[in-house]
Write a protein that binds this ligand. Structure first.
Ligand code: 13P
Ligand code: SF4
Length: 330
């Protein structure tokens, strides 16, 4: 079936069955075209959980669909593909517990730890964080969340993205260390888990030097999941939605190189916008979702086989919701 026919069938079926389709900015263009809600991870968790339709088809990665199910348990959430974020899979309950034990062995009592988990994490981790009094952040609100957590006077344990943690610590002006890398981590204000995004690791200081040499007036915008060495050289650092707004506010003649996922950058604006990488920075799992998959999952709702439905165990969900609600309250 060609893309036009698949789009037509998706649009007809989603209306007749009362299905809302949500898509993260990193999805392919043809998937964005059939979506009712498009946004970054924070916008999508807010918009999708408040959407009136019972059925939600979520085009993105697992932790995003899980966040909607956590916030709105009566909603039936489906994924066209059970795609996952590799960063979110870098920490599980066992490695979380071992990290807390390592901090305790270094003289930091668990009651003196304030855990903050990036929304790119499993419900299991959000639940553990909530039980210790912690909360969730996204790249759009991480600075606000860390600043408010500092008021507790506790050490911040930042999970799972070391780059986001180190970048924010630098911006706020607090000390930071990476667990398992820095021997004297116990003295730092923010202790980061050693996770990372393989897509945003593709951007290097050399990419920035290349573009600045080619176009002396170019501006560089990057996502805070990039390495601190890259973030330090950028003109603008922001979440996906913040990057979009910032680029669109620049004059069309302004040359800009953007360090985030390919599909988003490619859609930003046709003129004078470049991908800040010598390779194509595609998030492989985000790119797995095709129009055929979207149609397939909608047909499964139609025929009652309910493919790829998301479930979160109730006890875990309740605690993960506490961590998400604490973020939304701020
Ligand atoms: P945003 O929170 O900016 O949407 O980013 C999510 C993500 O996975 C970035 O790689
Ligand atoms: Fe996860 Fe990186 Fe893909 Fe974002 S771009 S979903 S952090 S693997």
């Amino acid at each position: 079936m060609d893309a036009q026919e698949a789009t037509k069938q998706i649009n007809e079926l989603k209306h007749s069955l009362g299905i809302t389709i949500a898509a993260h900015y990193y999805q392919r263009d043809e998937v964005i075209a059939v979506a009712d809600l498009v946004g970054d991870s924070l916008e999508l968790s807010r918009k999708a959980s408040g959407d009136p339709n019972e059925f939600l088809v979520f085009c993105g990665v697992g932790f995003m669909a899980q966040s909607v199910k956590t916030l709105a348990p009566n909603k039936r959430v489906f994924m066209p593909r059970t795609a996952c974020c590799s960063m979110a899979r870098m920490i599980d309950g066992n490695s979380y517990d071992r990290s807390i034990a390592a901090m305790k062995a270094a003289g930091i009592a668990p009651e003196n730890i304030m855990p903050i988990t990036y929304i790119n994490s499993q419900a299991e981790i959000k639940a553990r964080v909530a039980k210790m009094g912690g909360l969730v952040c996204t790249s759009a609100n991480a600075e606000t969340i860390i600043r408010s957590a500092l008021a507790s006077g506790k050490k911040i344990f930042f999970i799972p993205d070391r780059c986001l943690g180190l970048n924010l610590a630098k911006r706020i002006g607090i000390t930071a260390a990476v667990l398992g890398r820095d021997a004297d981590f116990a003295s730092a204000d923010l202790i980061a888990f050693d996770g990372f995004c393989s897509v945003h690791q593709l951007f290097t200081p050399e990419n920035i030097h290349f573009y600045r040499a080619k176009f002396p007036d170019i501006l560089i915008a990057v996502h805070p999941e990039c390495d601190p060495a890259v973030v330090d050289l950028a003109d603008f650092v922001g979440s996906t939605s913040q990057i979009i707004k910032w680029v669109q506010a620049q004059p069309i003649a302004q040359k800009i190189a953007v360090g985030t996922e390919f599909n988003l950058v490619n859609r930003l604006r046709a003129e004078n916008t470049f991908v800040l990488s010598s390779t194509k920075p595609e998030c492989p799992t985000m790119n797995e979702t095709t129009l055929g998959d979207v149609l397939g999952v909608i047909r499964s709702i139609e025929n009652g086989t309910f493919m790829n439905e998301m479930f979160v165990e109730e006890e875990e969900r309740k605690w993960a919701k506490i961590a998400l609600d604490r973020m939304l309250a701020l």
